[in-house]
Design a protein. Structure first.
Ligand code: 5AD
Ligand code: SF4
Length: 450
């Protein structure tokens, strides 16, 4: 255990609730580690916490409003225990800053995503209680190194943050700021450290992850594909994934990495948002539907079995029935393994905010139609797995005794019946059945731990 355990008085308890994307999950872990050095240990029970931290999402209005209803529910707890510290982190903190404290005086601290390294000082009262600037320094340089404890077999690693694409609907360029790539040596060090602690699968994270670039170990400028090749050389790292990508940053070397790097899993989340050129243009996506389709052809030529997923927005301002039909046609043409779809939500400060909205009922109907199609494709993709043998990395116990749950190469959740296998085993599993959101398989190999 770490040395502060012997010197600290009774540990203080920290409860973190994470909303939104995987980067917030990663950031929450890093904040927990930073607060660990201050003597805080994580608790799952909000009522016994000394500090409650809400790591928020601003992407759609519903996500942002959730913060305020959760803060409302915290009022009685704070009234009963005035020394309880309540902190708001993440993208709502960045976007709304002191407005949060004005609206909800129960909040003690507001910390934006680029200032997490100041959180311990804020908690001690040695820094301002609202920090949402974009400092020059990299917050990761100032966050403590991850502590040498054993980790779950699959981990996230942030390699890039921020976005310069400015899609007309999106708050990310404002909440997360300009694109910044972390340097190669820091990424490699963190990856090696994770592997040394039992991690076998790393998902590289970035708002625009495939826009990552940096000065390589050989003194040359590396693109994202080259970084993946370097990670593929790490002994003990069996699986590499990445999310989220922009179609315009799918460089040749990245597509080739899907062909050449066996650890790079056959799964790609590549948001397209719409299948209508008119809407893509209005969204400032800077590519056409046809360009997306041809890109998919090239990716599939490199890795024919790749499972593709995407994001869609319906009811973007100006979207007509014809535009919607174009989107359905693109979905038919690609055939997605699964996808996320959202009704357009106008976000203050974004270019599309003031544009006339599509009628709500029309947008709802379109969303339903699109989701029905995506659900059919998801079902077909899962059913096509039945009979196949795939790699499965076991991540946790199932609800039933003698059952474990893992992720397949294609990121499907797979249930296997076993009393011998352990968390962290990477097994060959034959898929025997497809359920609504998961697969069932039987082990055909002993653990491939060598
Ligand atoms: N309204 C609806 N969906 C949005 N997304 C981003 N901004 C909005 C918005 N204003 C969706 C996009 C993006 C995903 C993370 O969230 O599809 O890819
Ligand atoms: Fe938002 Fe992604 Fe567009 Fe960047 S590329 S503005 S994060 S939707």
């Amino acid at each position: 255990m770490s040395d502060h355990d012997t010197t600290a008085p009774a540990a203080k308890k920290l409860f973190i609730k994470t909303y939104g994307c995987q980067m917030n999950v990663y950031d929450s872990q890093r904040m927990a580690e930073a607060m660990g050095s201050e003597g805080y240990v994580l608790t799952e029970d909000q009522s016994e916490a000394d500090m409650v931290l809400l790591n928020t999402c601003h992407i759609r209005e519903k996500a942002a409003e959730k913060l305020y209803s959760d803060l409302g529910r915290l009022k009685p707890l704070k009234a009963a225990r005035p020394d309880l510290k309540i902190g708001v982190a993440g993208c709502v903190a960045q976007a709304e800053g002191e407005e949060i404290v004005r609206r909800m005086p129960v909040v003690d601290l507001v910390v934006g995503p680029q200032t997490y390294h100041r959180l311990p000082a804020m908690a001690r009262g040695e820094a301002p209680n609202i920090l949402t600037d974009f400092p020059e320094e990299d917050k990761f340089d100032h966050l403590p190194e991850r502590r040498a404890t054993r980790r779950a077999p699959a981990a996230f690693l942030t390699v890039q943050e921020g976005c310069d694409k400015f899609c007309a609907f999106c708050v990310v360029p404002y909440t997360r700021g300009a694109e910044v790539s972390r340097p190669v040596e820091r990424i490699m060090r963190e990856a090696r450290d994770l592997v040394a602690r039992g991690v076998r699968e790393i998902t590289l994270l970035g708002q625009n992850v495939n826009g990552w670039h940096g000065l390589g170990e050989d003194g040359r400028e590396w693109g994202f594909g080259r970084l993946i090749r370097a990670l593929g050389e790490l002994d003990g790292l069996d699986r590499i994934r990445y999310t989220t990508s922009h179609p315009n940053d799918m460089a040749d070397d990245l597509i080739e990495a899907h062909r050449d790097v066996p650890q790079l899993m056959p799964y790609l989340h590549l948001p397209v948002q719409s299948g209508s050129d008119r809407i893509l243009k209005a969204m400032n996506r800077k590519h056409t539907a046809e360009q997306y389709l041809r890109l998919i052809d090239r990716i599939r030529a490199a890795r024919p079995d790749i499972l593709l997923t995407s994001d869609f927005i319906v009811g973007f301002p100006g979207e007509t029935d014809q535009d919607h039909q174009d989107t359905l046609r693109l979905i038919e043409e690609v055939g997605f393994g699964t996808a996320f779809s959202f009704k357009y939500s106008p976000r203050p400060g974004t270019p599309a905010y003031d544009r006339p909205e599509v009628d709500g009922a029309v947008a709802d109907a379109r969303l339903q139609e699109l989701q029905a199609l995506l659900t059919r494709q998801q079902k077909a993709t899962q059913e096509a797995m039945v009979g196949r043998t795939v790699g499965v990395l076991l991540e946790k116990q199932g609800r039933q005794p003698g059952q474990m749950i893992g992720k397949s190469d294609y990121l499907h959740s797979v249930f296997v019946d076993t009393t011998e296998a352990e968390i962290g085993d990477l097994l060959q599993v034959q898929i025997v059945e497809s359920a609504s959101n998961s697969l069932h398989g039987k082990i055909v190999s002993s653990p491939a731990n060598a």
